[in-house]
Design a protein. Structure first.
Length: 201
């Protein structure tokens, strides 16, 4: 039973179920690259928000913290890059996915450690059925920012649809440690564990 929104069901391009997807390591080496982009004070603010997220009392509190974290991810400290991120959102809203992709491609060149650019590009690839680049972008996001809960959720959904349940569960366990009240997380973990009977996981 799918708990997270099954965007993968919208896709038309098949992916070999035998393919193995390498997960980004949980180590924080990628965080060092992120700090080089985010000012030290802003990085400290993010750290504080994540500390609060890990001990949030309920879904309502977690949701507010998630929103604040995502708002901060959507800025990079450069007026030009912030403007380009805004343009990508406008392009998607107007149905110009190709234009949004062009902007995001340029952003990843200008700011190669900007996790949000890879995440937005990955979601566009996912919706268009380009699974290989979508997976690559989500993995890059997690190398830069290992706490990116949205990328974890999307990567877990992809891994499940590739029948890589053990790897999907590993990603969800990481997500659970970061954001215990993430919407639908407990049900998603339970669904994988319940379905593990009769298969190795």
């Amino acid at each position: 039973m799918r708990v997270f929104v099954p965007l993968i069901l919208l896709l038309t391009v098949a992916w070999p179920v035998s393919a193995q997807v390498d997960l980004p390591p949980p180590a924080t080496s990628g965080r060092e690259r992120l700090v080089s982009v985010v000012p030290v004070d802003k990085a400290a603010e993010l750290d504080e928000l994540f500390a609060r997220l890990a001990i949030a009392r309920d879904r309502k509190e977690a949701s507010g913290l998630e929103t604040e974290i995502r708002r901060r991810w959507a800025t990079c400290g450069s007026a030009t890059c912030d403007l380009m991120l805004g343009w990508t959102q406008d392009a998607v809203a107007s149905g110009d996915a190709a234009g949004a992709l062009d902007l995001l491609d340029e952003l990843t060149v200008r700011r190669p450690a900007l996790a949000e650019a890879y995440y937005r590009r990955g979601t566009l690839h996912l919706l268009a059925g380009r699974l290989s680049p979508a997976l690559g972008d989500f993995q890059t996001v997690l190398r830069i920012e290992p706490r990116h809960f949205m990328a974890m959720k999307d990567l877990a959904v992809l891994l499940e649809d590739l029948d890589q349940h053990e790897r999907a569960l590993e990603v969800l366990r990481r997500l659970q440690a970061i954001d215990p009240h993430f919407d639908g997380l407990s049900e998603a973990i339970e669904a994988i564990v319940a379905g593990s009977h009769g298969r190795d996981i």
